[in-house]
Design a protein around this ligand. Structure first.
Ligand code: F0G
Length: 404
């Protein structure tokens, strides 16, 4: 019912090929279904709980999946921030509400299930943090070992804690994420581990369900879906999924796919602005949003297609804009996200200011990870708690002085 296909030269590979790039030309692979043979019944989907597995006819797994009940995340109307920006139809899909606190769980439930389906016994990834936390948890669920490579000193505390606690073999390299990914890719090719970064086409299949859920929750196709972009897998995955819904006649148009990057690591943004055929890697990426501190996005080719084919765009935001929006989401909407996640909403504000977004658009921002992932960045931005003696007069006087 499906095969792997090269996005560049169209070479086809069987569904059980363990491949991360086209053997003929080296470009990225994607899962291709015989959509004319897929039987999808809207009523059947609607009768299942909102989750990754609601859409199982469009997923490659045919064994009982390795699952922690991922997906089914809330879609919040951003009423106050929307009012301030003059955007009445601004929404946030809170992917931080997944089992390990990020959208990566959608990819890992499918990716680790595929590892088992393909008979692989050890899984591996490089990560800016969330992928490692998720892989560690799903490998534990499956009862297989995981190896994760992290850029030393550049991974938020909560994410390292998760990878360690779930029992992954955690290795910090003296280098950045791009170098870690190259190393682990090579390790997997030479030593038979199963690579679960977003070059793995099966992982992206799980992540495409973000778009499916957003449409089901909104009851309509949004005009625009906005995502923070690092390695560019997620924006590519959502676009692929929606193209499948279009081909199946389940939707009648595609949203404008819009990617937001941090100013210190913005190769996709630059390629879109300068209309380049491919990205020029950023050799020394830097941003407070460590999740998207990536200079050479491996899925750039797919992401540029997603943005260009849908008439979308790319935006860039400074660290200050990211942190200000993280605070606004927390304080004005009650939505706690990590810095990279706030980039999508901060990007909307920026694109609106330069006239790239219309005020009447229905916009879904994907906020990708939970506030608790990066407690250190949060603490740095907030006043520390006031410490007082344990008596009521001290409490009353503290409240009077802090409210004045
Ligand atoms: N937001 C968060 C919270 C992320 O962790 C990531 C990626 C992204 C956005 C960007 O998604 O790479 O698909 O464009 N984190 C990866 C990791 C790289 O290792 O956890 P992308």
């Amino acid at each position: 019912m499906y095969r792997l296909v090269c996005v560049k030269c169209g070479a086809r590979y069987p569904p059980d090929a363990i491949l991360y790039n086209c053997s003929a030309c080296g470009h990225l692979l994607a899962v291709e279904y015989d959509l004319d043979k897929v039987s999808v019944d809207r009523a059947v989907w609607d009768s299942r709980p909102l989750s990754v597995w609601r859409y199982r006819e469009l997923l490659p797994v045919n064994i009982p999946p390795v699952t922690l009940q991922e997906g089914g995340t809330p879609l919040y109307h951003l009423k106050r921030i929307g009012e301030e920006l003059g955007l009445p139809h601004l929404y946030a899909k809170h992917e931080g509400m997944n089992p390990t606190g990020s959208f990566k769980d959608r990819g890992m439930t499918v990716g680790v299930s595929m590892a088992i389906q393909l008979g692989k016994t050890t899984v591996a990834c490089a990560s800016t943090g969330n992928t490692s936390a998720s892989l560690a948890a799903y490998a534990a669920r499956a009862g297989i070992p995981a190896v994760v490579l992290l850029p030393a000193g550049k991974v938020a505390l909560g994410k390292v804690a998760q990878a360690l606690m779930h029992g992954a073999r955690v290795i910090s390299i003296r280098g950045n994420f791009d170098q870690a990914l190259e190393m682990v890719h090579e390790l997997c090719l030479t030593h038979g581990l199963y690579l679960l970064n977003s070059v793995n086409p099966f992982r992206l299949e799980g992540q495409k369900t973000i778009g499916f859920e957003a449409i089901d929750q909104l009851g309509a196709v949004p005009d625009r879906i906005v995502l923070p972009v690092g390695n560019a897998g997620n924006i590519s995955a959502v676009h692929k999924g929606l193209k499948e819904l279009l081909a199946l006649g389940l939707i009648d148009r595609l949203p404008m796919m819009t990617g937001i990057q941090a100013a210190g690591s913005a190769p996709i943004y630059r390629a879109i602005c300068e209309d380049l055929p491919e990205v020029v890697p950023e050799l020394h990426p830097e941003t407070v949003a460590t999740a998207i501190r990536i200079g050479a996005p491996v899925n750039a080719e797919k992401a540029l297609t997603a943005i260009r084919e849908t008439g979308g765009t790319a935006g860039v935001v400074s660290d200050e804009e990211i942190l200000a929006m993280q605070k606004a989401l927390a304080r004005r909407e009650g939505i706690g996200v990590e810095p990279a996640s706030a980039a999508s909403v901060a990007g909307v504000k920026k694109l609106l200011e330069c006239g790239a977004i219309d005020r009447d658009e229905y916009i879904v921002c994907v906020v990708t990870g939970h506030l608790l992932k990066d407690p250190e960045t949060v603490i740095r931005q907030c006043e520390p708690p006031l410490e007082i003696n344990a008596d009521l007069p001290s409490l009353v006087s503290a409240l009077q002085s802090s409210s004045s």
